[in-house]
Design a protein around this ligand. Structure first.
Ligand SMILES: [Zn+2]
Length: 349
């Protein structure tokens, strides 16, 4: 027996158990982190991987792309919980906005998939990629990249946006091409002067995206909670938020960008004076136009433009003599967003 216990001590010495994370700790990635995505494959590829890359990429895009995917980190049962689901705002038969009327695509500010999922009112759906990812190393390597690059990622969790590179591997952030985020204003108590609304978390969130999402081509940001039921408002139009977004656009040079302003700010933003480009069909109806934050000059301006090219930019205006009239404008679209809390009406009769 002593011999056996000596042998066990020598050969089966238990490693110290890893430190238990406190319950409140975020599920951050280990540092340093061992990469798990292989870079080369020693084994012979199956038939799928012998197809030319362009055909393979078409198959993977059709099979696993074209959706909006919610990625969420939230407190539940006194712990941080990851959640994800396919956005149900789009018809499952046609996951992308109609090419005939992309302006009719759903808004981000009123997307309620995650609330429905938390209340278990909506059946869980998934992209159906897990079986493929787990089938072999090469399938994982190609499939995981498609999951992030061929779908639009929707993130509403502020803690996730603030800690993006600590929670999501940087190679996945680099793969993202389309991103939707929600920014909620914070109420800050301030002594006798009452609470005020604060958007101080906007800059670090945008900085994370600038630093890590190098392939981003399409971006949508929705502001929420900029007014309360007492009529107090955050002055988005006159605060630092829009200049920050201008700088963000200029640093990323996106193919398309949209900002969903609180409804009241959207109505105040301009005088609604229409201007038309000769190459764009004149849009008479109010529902064929929207506001374009134009960053062509040194100072930003707002133009009331036809959104026939939406989500891509309208053509640059005003045109100078001899100037190429096919150049796209720099800037981003405003869409009407958060309507604020529902007003309480009192029956006087
Ligand atoms: Zn959704």
């Amino acid at each position: 027996m002593p011999k056996l216990s000596a042998w066990a001590k020598k050969h089966l010495s238990l490693r110290p158990s890893p430190k238990k994370c406190p319950k409140d700790a975020l599920p951050v990635l280990p540092s340093p982190r061992r990469p798990i995505t292989p870079v080369s494959f020693a084994t012979a590829a199956c038939l799928l991987f012998q197809l030319p890359w362009d055909i393979r990429s078409m198959i993977l895009s059709i099979a696993f792309g074209g959706s909006t995917l919610h990625m969420d980190l939230a407190r539940q049962d006194e712990a941080w919980q990851w959640r994800g689901l396919v956005c149900y705002q789009y018809d499952y038969g046609s996951q992308l906005p109609s090419p005939l009327d992309p302006w009719s695509s759903p808004h981000v500010w009123n997307d309620a998939c995650l609330q429905y999922e938390r209340q278990r009112k909506f059946p869980k759906d998934n992209v159906g990629i897990m079986g493929f990812l787990l089938s072999c190393k090469q399938a994982y390597t190609e499939g995981i990249d498609f999951l992030y690059s061929a779908n639009c990622i929707n993130i509403q969790s502020e803690i996730l946006l603030l800690n993006l590179p600590r929670l999501i591997p940087t190679n996945r952030l680099t793969s993202m091409t389309s991103l939707q985020i929600v920014i909620r204003a914070h109420w800050i108590e301030q002594g006798n002067e009452g609470p005020f609304l604060n958007l101080g978390h906007l800059r670090p969130i945008l900085d994370n995206i600038i630093t890590h999402c190098h392939s981003l081509r399409s971006f949508c940001l929705a502001f929420l909670g900029a007014s309360d039921k007492y009529g107090r408002k955050y002055e988005i139009l006159h605060g630092p938020a829009l200049p920050m977004l201008d700088a963000f656009y200029r640093s990323k040079r996106l193919r398309d960008m949209r900002v969903e302003l609180p409804a009241e700010a959207f109505k105040q933003v301009n005088t609604w004076k229409s201007i038309d480009h000769p190459r764009e069909a004149p849009a008479k109806e109010w529902n064929k136009r929207s506001l374009w934050r134009c960053l062509d000059g040194e100072e930003p301006t707002v133009q009331y433009r036809s959104h026939e090219r939406y989500p891509h930019p309208p053509l640059r205006l005003p045109l100078q003599d001899g100037e190429d009239d096919t150049v796209e404008s720099d800037g981003y679209w405003f869409r009407e967003g958060d309507e604020g809390p529902v007003r309480q009406y009192v029956d006087c009769f």
